[in-house]
Ligand binder design. Structure first.
Ligand code: C5P
Length: 214
């Protein structure tokens, strides 16, 4: 069984690239950020704040989260679109600071590693969840480039959004994700660092596949 992890900051393209690689190789795909976003969404719906740890843990224990055909369901309700809201991303990032919550989600994430293989993306998939993965990528690009990409995605269904606000949001989330003490966004010499500023999704996916030694 082979595991490829792709970690990186918000809007680095890791999700799209990881999904494409999984398709090309016939592997399973896990978007770990969606798990944190679901926890954030159900916490917001329950009017909790990010410090209500025990109540959030109780929600996690009852959570019926499934991924079907690229969509995300909570107790059979399709929440895929709701997960994209900036408010949900920011709450996910706040909740994700908590070590007890992160540990509670570990087994659930590891359960996705089944034959023939898994491609997964997130912030700590190579550093904490699958430290012995066959290939660990750290995918990044400058905050300005990532903000442009995210703005292009969001402006279609949010007319009030500005590039400046998107950039501020990305910088704030980068700071939160890299400076937290539990499983911060980071990489070491066991990772391949890849800046995809001048690469398309297809080129990035091909390049990563060319690095696979299996
Ligand atoms: O990847 P995405 O932007 O959907 O993730 C939302 C938030 O969930 C991130 O900002 C990060 O704080 C958290 N996250 C995490 N570890 C992961 C995936 C996501 O802490 N493996």
């Amino acid at each position: 069984m082979q595991i490829i992890t792709i970690d990186g900051p918000a809007s680095s393209g890791k999700g799209t690239v990881a999904r494409l690689i999984a398709k090309k190789l016939g592997f399973h795909y896990l978007e770990s950020g969606a798990i944190y976003r679901v926890v954030a969404l159900i916490s917001i719906q329950a009017s909790l704040n990010s410090l209500d740890i025990d109540k959030i843990l109780a929600l996690i224990d009852k959570m019926k989260l499934t991924f079907v055909g690229g969509r995300v369901f909570v107790a059979n309700v399709d929440v895929t679109e709701s997960l994209r809201a900036e408010e949900v991303g920011m709450m996910a990032s706040l909740i994700a600071k908590n070590d007890v919550i992160r540990k509670r989600l570990l087994d659930f994430q590891r359960g996705f590693a089944t034959t023939p293989g898994l491609v997964t993306d997130g912030r700590d998939m190579g550093s904490v969840v699958f430290p012995n993965a066959n290939l660990k990528i750290f995918l990044t690009a400058s905050s300005q480039i990532r903000a442009n990409r995210r703005y292009e995605q969001l402006k279609e269904y949010n007319k009030n959004i500005t590039l400046d606000n998107v950039l501020k949001g990305i910088i704030a989330r980068d700071k939160q994700d890299t400076e937290r003490s539990s499983a911060p966004l980071t990489y070491d010499s066991s990772f391949v660092l890849l800046d995809n500023a001048n690469m398309s999704i297809e080129e990035t996916a091909r390049h990563i596949i060319s690095l696979c030694k299996f």
